[in-house]
Design a protein around this ligand. Structure first.
Ligand code: NAD
Ligand code: DAU
Length: 340
């Protein structure tokens, strides 16, 4: 199978490419990535060295560039697209929504349109539980839960999901959508909760917890998510939506305390700061449909996954240093400066 993976230099995309090339001899991957602040070719340097030019090809470019996308799909005889490319950070979407619409909505539409034009056989669009909005204290999201996004990020992802639906219904494009809960693991950019807290705790800086820290997320190891996307790619039915989660609901404050315990750091580092506007209180994913239809089962426990993740960041300080550009530091200073 010849695959176009978009956003493959980001957190989940790079783990997905690494996983697929390690486990399937029959897969050849073209990775199209714009290399925004969150995209890092270092995430796949070893793959480039081992498989570059044979089973792996990197193309720097934008999913919203229809000429480029069309030439890749035709020249590389691509069988399927897996779309990870996106602006992904909720806080940034609050500070400046425009790039989220450009990439997540318009970029996805360009991919769908070019896929339709060339008669692509399969398209997997990677989405998020955030399109469902927030839950009260009980219940879980299922695939039929109405979409009710609350942030500019989740609104842009929900719009893309609706475009996928429209391209399936209107044109019969064989597109399916996956929606996953919060991922953690290696190569996650240190603007997201878990790597940010690990990084700050390691250097004895204050850990900024939004509001009371009782917001709940359903944490899944990135490799379990990648296996889910792989199952959807290989076995999923076009037009369907598949939820992935890990039955692992944790309040943010509990996650932060667990990280401090693993690192042997004091809880006095925790600082409760001004909450994120529109902050969703609770997410929990019901993934019975993916379990039955695809055979999806998360395999990595939170205790093992979190300990391995802390160890990965400890062993990869150079990576952590290399991804912190001036623009990253400027955003972090401005955002957290306003939340003291
Ligand atoms: P990330 O921010 O780490 O990586 C995004 C990648 O997309 C980067 O490499 C970036 O350079 C690339 N990109 C951005 N705009 C692009 C464009 N216009 N053209 C080409 N490439 C572009 O994101 P992630 O956490 O790996 O998320 C990947 C996907 O999974 C996203 O679609 C996200 O919505 C979805 N998702 C993420 C999570 C999570 O917990 N991180 C959970 C569920 C779903
Ligand atoms: O649920 C899936 C989504 O998970 C993905 O679609 C998004 O791309 C991904 O960024 C993530 O969104 P969240 O907003 O849930 O992730 P984040 O790591 O930014 O925050 C996790 C929780 O931690 C959230 O409740 C906000 C809180 N938080 C986050 C940061 C960065 C803090 O309390 N302090 C912080 O400094």
């Amino acid at each position: 199978m010849r695959l176009l993976v978009t956003g493959g230099c980001g957190f989940i995309g790079s783990n997905f490419i690494r996983h697929l090339l390690a486990t399937r001899d029959d897969v050849i991957i073209v990775n199209l990535d714009k290399l925004t602040y969150a995209g890092n070719p270092l995430n796949l340097r070893d793959i480039e060295e081992k498989l570059g030019g044979s089973r792996y090809l990197f193309v720097r470019g934008d999913i919203a560039d229809s000429c480029l996308v069309e030439s890749i799909l035709r020249d590389q005889a691509i069988d399927a697209v897996v779309n990870f490319a996106a602006e992904t950070h909720v806080d940034r979407s609050i500070a400046d929504p425009a790039p989220f619409l450009t990439t997540n909505v318009m970029g996805t539409q360009v991919l769908l349109e070019v896929a339709r034009r060339v008669g692509l056989a399969r398209f997997v669009h990677v989405s998020t539980d955030e399109v469902y909005g927030a839950l009260g204290p009980e219940g879980k999201f299922v695939e039929t839960t109405p979409l009710a996004p609350n942030s500019p990020y989740s609104a842009s992802k929900a719009s893309a999901d609706m475009l996928c639906r429209a391209y399936f219904k209107t044109y019969g494009l064989p597109v399916l959508v996956t929606r996953c809960s919060n991922n953690y693991g290696p190569y996650q950019f240190p603007e997201k909760l878990i790597p940010l807290m690990i990084m700050k705790a390691r250097s004895d800086e204050a850990l900024p917890v939004y509001g009371d820290g009782m917001q709940v997320r359903d944490w899944i190891h990135v490799l379990d998510h990648c296996r889910g996307v792989e199952l959807a790619l290989m076995k999923g039915t076009p037009g369907e939506v598949y939820n992935f989660g890990s039955d692992n609901e944790k309040a943010n404050i509990e996650v932060v305390r667990t990280l401090l315990a693993i690192l042997g750091k004091p809880e006095s580092l925790i600082r409760h700061v001004t909450d994120r506007p529109g902050h969703d209180r609770r997410y929990a994913m019901g993934f019975e449909y993916a379990r039955k239809a695809l055979g999806f089962t998360p395999e990595i426990s939170f205790a093992d996954g979190l300990a391995a993740t802390v160890a990965w960041y400890r062993d990869n300080e150079a990576w952590l240093e290399s991804v912190q550009s001036g623009a990253y530091r400027d955003f972090m200073d401005a955002w957290y400066g306003d939340r003291r």
